[in-house]
Design a binder for this molecule. Structure first.
Ligand code: FES
Ligand SMILES: [Fe+2]
Length: 351
């Protein structure tokens, strides 16, 4: 299952502090926790199975303990303590090893007394996890890392995270909605489009080493940019660098001083539920962070009822037989996205 070998966002970095956090990823229950930082730098993050190896209690109901010799996660049931990196380093044991059993303090737990540990890292304001190490000879190289999102590493751009949005549909349905220009005039009438200007240009779609790319996509917008006095055609570029991520870029144009890059990053909780964030990078936009977030929240609130109404919730890509949905020439990008998922062998949230 390729999805288990990919990096997925699980929580916004700013929402993982002193307390453990429980999340679902690909149907697995995980506990996320963070060690204390040093000199103002945030501490390292951990992602473990949310199940104590002693009697199966949820570790996310426990506490993070800060010791002189490194941090530990304490199980809520019998108080067993499992070590983070520094807590186990002096013994040479691996992260996740039980280091203390309060009811039997002289007992030295063997390696079998360990939490299940997954790889975790931080990128683009989010914590990312993968459940299995991939066979690198099989996986496209670009997918062995979290998706690239250049404006996020460039300090010239203003960066912020919107979300999380918990959505009752599959991650592929949500990606396809993000790539779809032709709903603007209906779902976002007066905001991102107008019924009277519903025609779109889908541009060229190409697949390369870094996923899908579409340039020169155009839609008519009633207010083409903040401060615009009227409507106009707006050009977008899209990339799909990962089965459950998509990036939209709008560059500043004549008379339009604003450049925007918005990355949709999605945690596939299970086949029919997902959690999404927007990583936004802007240049030249005078709105403050709260206004930008409020705009995304409002736009997403318009998408949600329609996207959650789509049946089946799995995206029909023709994996289980003939595809049951039909296309028009305006759907070039979503048709390419469906072929991309089929070619990669994605199984979650598709049919
Ligand atoms: S179930 Fe975790 S310490 Fe007993
Ligand atoms: Fe939308």
């Amino acid at each position: 299952m390729i999805e288990r070998e990919l990096w997925h966002p699980v929580v916004a970095s700013m929402h993982l502090r002193d307390e453990p956090v429980a999340v679902a990823l690909l149907g697995e229950s995980l506990v996320l926790w963070r060690e204390p930082g040093h000199d103002g730098a945030p501490g390292v993050v951990h992602a473990w199975a949310d199940r104590c190896p002693h009697r199966g209690a949820k570790l996310s109901l426990g506490r993070v303990l800060h010791h002189l010799h490194g941090s530990r996660l304490e199980c809520p049931y019998h108080g067993w303590q499992f070590g983070g990196d520094a807590a186990v380093a002096p013994t040479g044991a691996a992260c996740g090893r039980c280091v203390h059993v309060p009811a039997a303090p002289a007992f030295e737990p063997p390696a079998s007394h360990s939490a299940t540990v997954f790889e975790a890292l931080e990128r683009h304001g989010l914590v990312w996890v993968r459940l299995e190490r991939p066979d690198l000879s099989q996986l496209p190289a670009a997918l062995s890392q979290p998706p690239a999102f250049e404006p996020w590493s460039d300090p010239v751009w203003r960066q912020l995270i919107g979300g999380p949005y918990e959505v009752q549909t599959s991650a592929p349905r949500l990606v396809e909605n993000f790539l779809d220009l032709s709903h603007f005039g209906f779902v976002h009438e007066g905001w991102l489009g107008a019924r009277s200007h519903a025609q779109v240009e889908t541009g060229r779609v190409e697949e390369g080493a870094h996923g899908l790319q579409a340039n020169d996509c155009r839609a008519w917008q009633p207010r083409a940019y903040a401060g615009a006095s009227g409507g106009g055609w707006v050009a977008y570029r899209y990339t799909v660098p990962h089965p459950f991520a998509a990036i939209l870029r709008k560059d500043a144009a004549e008379g339009d001083p604003v450049s925007n890059a918005i990355a949709l990053f999605i945690r596939p909780d299970g086949p029919e539920a997902c959690t999404a964030w927007f990583a936004m990078a802007t240049l030249g936009d005078l709105s403050d962070d709260e206004e930008l977030r409020a705009f995304q929240d409002a736009v997403f609130a318009q998408d949600r009822p329609v996207v959650e109404s789509q049946q089946p919730k799995a995206l029909p890509i023709g994996r289980d037989g003939p595809a049951v949905e039909v296309h028009s020439p305006a759907d070039r990008m979503s048709a390419a996205y469906r072929r991309y998922l089929l070619r990669l062998g994605v199984t979650l949230g598709v049919c």
